[in-house]
Design a protein around this ligand. Structure first.
Ligand code: 6YU
Length: 501
């Protein structure tokens, strides 16, 4: 019954959409997407602040070049600025760290110089690069990325900066604390002490200088949705349980799976592609699958990390940063002890905010900054009334600039941890995880037997090298669609392909 098989996709984020498109284009006639919310896109979410477009979720195309399917599709749909399309932009190998022009401000209201900060920036970049090499070395000399960086910074700083004044050394070490907080945001983890060193190098970057969507990331979703047959998505349809290993009869046919929705509807299926975020799966695996996940799969769900990274957008009448500035780092002078978490979250949560990226170009956005905050401090921030966040941000900026009159025009923050369908921001490789865990996450249920591939797993967490990204998520949707396509053409020779839509 190949192309007539009933396929239910849970989740209408980029991975679910990618899977549905590939399957329907191949000729599968009975594909449905069930989406808990009233919109498509999931963690791709474009919003407004005044007249400005802002990205509440995914921000950049990481590594926009030929091997990145998000870049290729966005180019095809004409969604990118001409600069992002140039060969020069695509060829730049930045290793995931765009060479942004920085400004540094300290907690006593001083603007710090590149001469003072430069050596700390260099040392940190060097250690990040070395940290990525342990996965190939088959050994982990430190228990986490955090311990590795802290220990090596102490040793190397003592050797390299011994001729500099104590206050200069102290400023640099405090900047390292800020850079540790940056990495908490990049990786979506509370502290680098929970980020595995052996698995740190699993994440792979593609060439290309990260770019944004001038009219919003959701433009990509809208274009993809237009290519789907109409009516295949059911919105406001949360799935409460996927019953697999069943024999259900309907319309003279037998199905191995029943998808139960919160509203009571029960949908028989041959295959279900689950794209729910890892955060959601961690919280609801006990009820979402019946029978439950096999133990090896469950343990990998529990071992893998899923953390919070939020944005706080702040608009000003006038800039207080340099015209060419692209990122602002806040350096706390009492943080020379290399810390990336605060001791009293309720009182000092704002110290976890590493600083701001500047929305460019100014002609398009005006004077808007995007603050970044990860971890439990970020989760606590989500619970505060908006005016408390505005108050803390205002106070912070006045202190770091030494200007007591600066007043933001508007403040708006994301709240990914309290989003009931996401439960955080994205996946990281926690201490104790390895590539095997990601393989376990993506393994279908059951793999063999009379009725294989009843439940398939897609979503960013299931990509072995591009987890935590949009292109990773899209590729996993395609992978699971390919798995079904291969199953019905020749079940013994499944080979995931990376073909374009
Ligand atoms: C990227 C970027 N970016 C910032 C922030 C966030 C993320 N990402 P979805 O969640 O989209 O879809 C699932 C759907 O399922 C959803 O619609 C639910 O409503 C639905 N659902 C759930 N439960 C259900 C149920 N029971 N029934 C029915 N439906 C249900 N990625 O490429 N560039 O700049 C950022 C960023 C604040 C939150 C990001 C970025 C991550 C992507 O957004 C994300 O991976 C994909 O959108 C996920 O798609 P999906 O389909 O899998 O799930 C060195 C090193 C280190 C490693 N990391 C470094 C990389 C940096 C990562 N950077 C991210 C940075 C930012 C700023």
């Amino acid at each position: 019954h190949g192309l007539d098989s009933q396929i239910v996709i849970v989740g209408c984020g980029i991975s679910g959409i990618g899977a549905a498109l590939k399957l329907t284009k191949h000729g599968f006639r009975n594909v449905r997407i069930l989406e808990a919310t009233g919109r498509s896109g999931g963690r791709i979410k474009t919003g407004n602040m005044g007249n400005n477009i802002i990205e509440i979720g995914a921000n950049w195309i990481h590594g926009p070049s030929e091997a990145n399917p998000v870049f290729c599709l966005s180019r095809q749909y004409n969604l990118l600025d001409p600069e992002s399309l140039t060969q020069e932009n695509q060829d730049l190998a930045i290793g995931g760290h765009p060479p942004w022009v920085p400004n540094w401000f300290s907690s006593s209201g001083r603007k710090l110089t590149p001469e003072l900060m430069g050596p700390a920036v260099e040392l940190f970049a060097e250690l990040l690069e070395e940290g990525g090499e342990f996965s190939e070395q088959g050994g982990e000399p430190y228990s986490s990325v955090g311990e590795f960086i802290r220990t090596e910074v102490r040793q190397r700083a003592a050797e390299r900066w011994q001729g500099d004044s104590l206050s200069c050394q102290s400023f640099r070490l405090s900047l390292i604390s800020t850079l540790l907080k940056v990495e908490c945001c990049v990786n979506g983890t509370h502290t680098l002490d929970t980020l595995g060193l052996g698995a740190f190098g699993l994440y792979k970057t593609l060439p290309g200088l990260d770019c944004t969507f001038p009219r919003g990331y959701e433009g990509l979703i809208n274009n993809l949705m237009k290519e789907l047959p109409t009516g295949i998505v059911s919105y406001h349809r949360p799935v409460s349980c996927v019953h697999w290993q069943r024999v259900v009869r309907k319309g003279g046919r037998e199905y191995p799976v029943v998808v139960e929705c919160e509203d009571g509807e029960r949908i028989p299926a041959d295959h279900v592609i689950l794209t729910v975020p890892l955060g959601y799966l961690k919280k609801h695996h006990g009820t979402l699958l019946s029978p439950p996940l096999p133990l090896h799969k469950l343990h990998s769900v529990q071992r893998m990390g899923f953390g919070t990274n939020n944005k706080i957008f702040v608009e000003f009448d006038e800039p207080w940063w340099d015209e060419d500035c692209e990122v602002i780092y806040l350096v706390w002078e009492d943080e020379s002890d290399l810390v990336d978490q605060v001791s009293d979250v309720e009182r000092f949560w704002i110290k976890k905010l590493f600083g701001f990226t500047v929305l460019k170009p100014t002609e398009r956005y005006g004077h808007v900054l995007c603050g970044w905050i990860a971890g439990h401090e970020s989760e606590f921030m989500e619970t505060l009334p908006e005016q408390d966040v505005t108050h803390s941000i205002t106070h912070l900026i006045r202190r770091f600039t030494g200007n007591p009159t600066i007043t933001p025009r508007r403040v708006l923050r994301s709240q990914w941890f309290h989003d009931p369908w996401t439960c955080g921001s994205y996946t990281y490789t926690a201490t104790g995880t390895s590539l095997q865990d990601i393989h376990n996450l993506s393994e279908p249920l059951p793999q063999q037997g009379e009725q294989p591939l009843q439940v398939l797993f897609a979503g960013e967490a299931t990509h072995p090298s591009f987890f935590s990204t949009v292109h990773g998520a899209l590729l996993t949707g395609w992978r699971e669609a390919d798995r079904l396509i291969s199953h019905y053409s020749d079940p013994s020779t499944f080979q995931p392909t990376r073909s374009k839509l």
